[in-house]
Design a protein around this ligand. Structure first.
Ligand code: NAD
Length: 252
């Protein structure tokens, strides 16, 4: 459906879940893909699976909480493929539910270091390359938790609301320079993050399904599809949006 031949895509948190699905989808659409993740073995295996299937891909270790590593991952993309056209800043972690009156500062900082500052650092260094090219598309990963508030999620929801703020600010700044920046807000998606969190909790899963107008969890590939669309010329007039891909969760 999409043709990204000759273009280079970078994905953070690409060893699992939505990041992996997006990396595969970019590769299938013809892009050279730079998969980056904290998890060295998993990201290198994921890149190898893609090259074995005839695609162009490299796996790069990057902890997005370290700005130097975020700069280096963009450097790897440019050193290997000469440019950077698209980025999906997806790496993120969940926080265990916590009463807002009891959540620790350490937990707040841990979650925000990955989910918010990590997106900020990746976007910053991607923009440095894209502005030299005068073109590019960035998609930042927020969440339904960036649009609404659920109880016992203060740190996580703060991080995901923050992603929308940094997306909008950079989007209006860089649209005149040929670079489109948007955010995506997945609902409850069937990835290791969710299965780990809900393991053995049938009641919690039933409760979540009740809140999903569509009556099922989302699939990582359905989020990847929206990411590719936001990067594609078809979304050429879409700037600074926070797009829900959530089966209607935030519509009610
Ligand atoms: P996942 O746990 O399956 O994958 C996340 C990946 O990010 C892992 O490979 C992990 O190693 C990597 N990662 C973690 N910390 C990192 C760091 N500091 N630097 C680099 N990589 C790091 O999760 P997922 O469900 O695919 O989630 C992807 C994104 O989507 C996250 O930002 C998450 O908050 C967001 N999200 C998930 C859901 C959901 O229901 N699964 C819903 C809304 C938003």
């Amino acid at each position: 459906q999409y043709n990204f031949e000759g273009q280079v895509a970078l994905v953070t948190g690409a060893a699992s879940g939505m990041g992996l699905a997006a990396a595969r989808a970019f590769a299938q659409a013809g892009a050279a893909v730079v998969l980056t993740d904290l998890n060295k073995d998993a990201v290198q295996n994921a890149a190898k699976d893609l090259t074995d299937a005839g695609h162009q891909a490299i796996g790069v270790v990057c902890d997005v909480t370290d700005e130097d590593q975020a700069a280096a991952m963009v450097g790897s993309a440019v050193d290997t493929y000469g440019r950077l056209d698209m980025a999906f800043n997806n790496a993120g972690i969940q926080a265990p539910p916590s009463d807002a009156a009891d959540e620790s500062a350490e937990e707040f900082d841990r979650v925000n270091a990955v989910n918010l500052r990590g997106v900020w650092a990746a976007q910053k260094h991607e923009l440095r390359q894209m502005r030299t090219q005068g073109s590019g598309a960035i998609v930042n990963c927020s969440s339904l938790g960036g649009l609404v508030g659920l109880p016992e999620r203060a740190a996580y929801h703060a991080s995901k609301h923050g992603v929308i703020g940094l997306t909008k600010s950079a989007a209006v700044e860089y649209a005149p320079k040929g670079i489109r920046i948007n955010a995506i807000c997945p609902g409850v998606i069937d990835t290791p993050m969710v299965s780990d969190m809900l393991e053995g909790q049938a009641d919690a899963m039933a409760e979540i399904l009740k809140q999903q107008p569509i009556g099922r969890l989302g699939q990582a590939e359905e989020v990847a599809e929206a990411v590719l669309w936001l990067c594609s010329p078809g979304a050429g007039f879409v700037v600074g949006v926070a797009l829900p891909v959530d089966g209607g969760f935030t519509a009610h």
